[in-house]
Design a protein around this ligand. Structure first.
Ligand code: FES
Length: 224
């Protein structure tokens, strides 16, 4: 991964909203008194959402001040993790997994789709609708190749991609059509493509006997 730098063009100022402060406060409370810096990663994530999907330098300064920690510590974290965007992103920010399992399953072809439909890596499309970056494993290797898309709807995974269904997905998003997160083929989750082969005995769960807990009227699910 190449060095990540802050965007050349920066806003003059940034102020944490009351909603961001409230949300960050929930995280600060999870740690011992005086350890508010431990809330840095969720704090940056919250502020990135407030700032429209990226972290301008004044936002990093605002987070540093709010958590009472040196700006450099905040800068180090924001420039290390690819979940933090250091320049403006498109309405739909595509994070393409390029790690080995996804690569072996066709991430290279998906990369070409991104270049064709969006532009060079790290750029925002001319209409402002899309941007894309390459990221490391997102933990959904069983459904490789996959991407995450961050937008107003959330940060959803789209899996089991190929050139055709990925192009369709981007076209649907561009046209404002509803899209379905998860596998983009016939799989429901990560079962074999030919169908589930375990835990699929018909009526299995109906045969599990209900055992009564001692001194309670509540039933406990047991194997016998
Ligand atoms: S390698 Fe792509 S999700 Fe793990």
């Amino acid at each position: 991964m190449s060095a990540r730098r802050l965007a050349k063009e920066q806003p003059d100022s940034f102020a944490l909203s009351a909603a961001s402060k409230k949300e960050i406060g929930i995280w600060i409370k999870k740690y011992p008194k005086g350890r508010q810096a431990s809330a840095l990663i969720p704090g940056l994530w919250i502020v990135q959402k407030q700032a429209g999907g990226w972290l301008p330098a004044p936002a990093l300064e605002a987070v540093a001040a709010h958590l009472d920690m040196p700006y450099m510590r905040v800068y180090e974290v924001a420039t290390f993790y690819t979940m933090f965007n250091l320049a403006p992103v498109g309405e739909h920010h595509v994070q393409l997994c390029g790690t080995t399992p996804c690569w072996l399953r066709g991430a290279g072809d998906l990369k070409k789709v991104c270049e064709k439909k969006i532009g060079p890596k790290g750029s925002v499309s001319a209409d402002g609708k899309f941007s894309w970056i390459e990221v490391e494993c997102l933990g959904a290797c069983a459904n490789a190749p996959m991407i995450q898309i961050s937008n107003a709807a959330g940060d959803d995974y789209y899996e089991d991609l190929d050139v055709d269904n990925f192009e369709t997905l981007l076209d649907d998003l561009a046209a404002g059509r509803k899209v379905k997160p998860g596998p983009q083929n016939t799989r429901h989750t990560s079962e074999p493509i030919t169908g589930a082969v375990t835990l699929n005995t018909k009526g299995f769960y109906n045969k599990v006997k209900q055992k009564k807990l001692p001194n309670s009227g509540k039933a406990k699910v047991g194997a016998k």
